[in-house]
Design a protein around this ligand. Structure first.
Ligand code: AP5
Length: 220
């Protein structure tokens, strides 16, 4: 399967991507994580991306598109891949369809107020990059995997989150129509619990046609 996860910042793409990738043995490709790794390694690409990410702006299409094209040709993508955070513009989507086919784009929808609440609670591990949702009243939290003290992402400040939402509405939301027109779109309500949202996504891929219960149908 070659899947895309769409949705606003904080919709739960990363959270759901980990579950989907595990269930279907797909490579989870998060462009946000790739960029944060470049920043941590202080590469020229990372240095270029840092200020843009912290300001809630998108990184230029040509940088991201080249990165993803290289990534999907790696060995771990032979069973398929799940793109989390790419494409984010029409230009990126057009480039993607030139270098790969796509089976489905799943858009997770969540209202802005819910997103702002989720971002206020998000903390990440600076070591293993695991994401948590915490009670903001208690600031001292440590990663259950590696023990590092959890931190707030630089782009999760409330004013940056609002800007990211407006960038999403302007530049990424048009992709919903883009994929709908190509009959590739599925939409999922992202407002339930993490497990409820995951079940809705799995149902998209696993729902079977209802069995016919007409009398005598077993003789057909
Ligand atoms: P990226 O890291 O991709 O950020 P994003 O798309 O804005 O998404 P987030 O990671 O903020 O949220 P998410 O939807 O993954 O939610 P999560 O699962 O963490 O990109 C960062 C930046 O990099 C961009 O702003 C841009 O600058 C640049 N960039 C990346 N890709 C690019 C591209 N293609 N082109 C150009 N620039 C690019 O969940 C959020 C929180 O909610 C967590 O705390 C989680 O625990 C909690 N949560 C999850 N699900 C639920 C639930 N069902 N109920 C309650 N809480 C939940």
């Amino acid at each position: 399967m070659k899947l895309i996860l769409l949705g606003p910042p904080g919709a739960g793409k990363g959270t759901q991507a980990a579950k989907i990738a595990e269930r279907y043995s797909l490579a989870h490709i998060s462009t946000g994580d790739m960029l944060r790794a470049e920043i941590a390694s202080e590469t020229p690409l990372g240095m270029k991306a840092k200020a843009l990410i912290e300001a809630g702006e998108l990184v230029p299409d040509e940088i991201i598109t080249g990165m993803v094209e290289n990534r999907i040709h790696m060995d771990d993508c032979v069973n398929g891949f799940l793109l989390d955070g790419f494409p984010r513009t029409i230009a990126q989507a057009e480039s993607l369809l030139e270098f790969s086919d796509v089976d489905r784009a799943v858009c997770i929808t969540v209202p802005d107020e819910e997103i702002i609440g989720r971002m206020a609670k998000r903390r990440v591990c600076p070591g293993c990059r695991r994401t948590y949702s915490i009670d903001p009243e208690h600031e001292q939290f440590y990663c259950t995997e590696c023990g590092a003290r959890l931190v707030t992402r630089d782009d999760d400040k409330p004013e940056t989150v609002r800007h990211r939402l407006s960038v999403y509405a302007e530049q990424t939301l048009p992709l919903v129509e883009f994929f709908r027109e190509r009959d590739l779109l599925s939409e999922v309500d992202g407002c339930g619990t993490v497990d409820e949202v995951a079940e809705s996504i799995f149902d998209l891929f696993e729902s079977k046609a209802p069995e016919c219960e007409c009398p005598g149908s077993e003789d057909l």
